[in-house]
Ligand binder design. Sequence first.
Ligand SMILES: NC(=O)c1ccc[n+]([C@@H]2O[C@H](COP(=O)([O-])OP(=O)(O)OC[C@H]3O[C@@H](n4cnc5c(N)ncnc54)[C@H](OP(=O)(O)O)[C@@H]3O)[C@@H](O)[C@H]2O)c1
Length: 221
Amino acid sequence: MSTYLVTGANRGIGLEFCRQLKRRGEEVIATCRRSSSELDGLGVRVESGVDVSSGQSVLKLKKKLQQKNIDILIQNAGITEPSSLLNLDPQSVIRQFEVNALSPLCFTQAFVSNMHQGSKLALITSRMGSIGDNTSGGSYGYRMSKAALCMAGKSLSIDLKAKGISVAILHPGLVSTRMTGFSPNGITPEKSVDGLIARIDSLSLENTGTFWHSNGEILPW
Ligand SMILES: NC(=O)c1ccc[n+]([C@@H]2O[C@H](COP(=O)([O-])OP(=O)(O)OC[C@H]3O[C@@H](n4cnc5c(N)ncnc54)[C@H](OP(=O)(O)O)[C@@H]3O)[C@@H](O)[C@H]2O)c1
């Protein structure tokens, strides 16, 4: 049994991570701003009041967990807000950058001392953050923030290698969640998370720093 900490665990992909990990017997610490009946029903440890973009709230969680060992840290919390060239709101771009890129980096810094040789860090980014894969443009705030997260993940994979901590940079696929308006073209959270967990299981110091699709495809930067 390993200890997993999941951010943004009250719904969508984060909730499904908790469900599947609990089912296979792992210890799960589910963090969220506000819990949900679905999350409360899983029987995992729920830490609510955790806004990843608030230094104060992350510090509060850090104090609660103190020396608690974390084997796998899954940073899943994220937001998307529309931004096109014609309708660009700089504050919205900054907000997405804060939640999607800067917060996972600061969260990692806060909890790296709870991790050890063999621990793993999984960053839930998006294919929308791939420069090589960008053929449709737009979505400035989301794309820029996820590209920045990919870069943070790559640097973390280098910086944490000496500590024996490996890093996966993961795209869930197009998933039918609230973020995508429950897109009928999306795969289910079950299928996405099944693949994401397989990627995390196969993560090692040899393949650390790779940008994967949940289906195992290696994505271009
Ligand atoms: N769905 C897709 O097709 C897709 C594709 C590529 C990447 N992703 C990425 O996958 C991750 C999960 O997305 P999802 O599809 O499950 O979306 P979702 O259903 O909208 O869930 C987003 C989660 O992030 C949490 N969150 C947002 N801001 C937060 C903050 N400041 N502090 C703490 N938690 C916060 C939300 O909590 P609240 O309920 O409190 O808002 C919610 O739990 C995101 O990083 C997203 O960018 C999703």
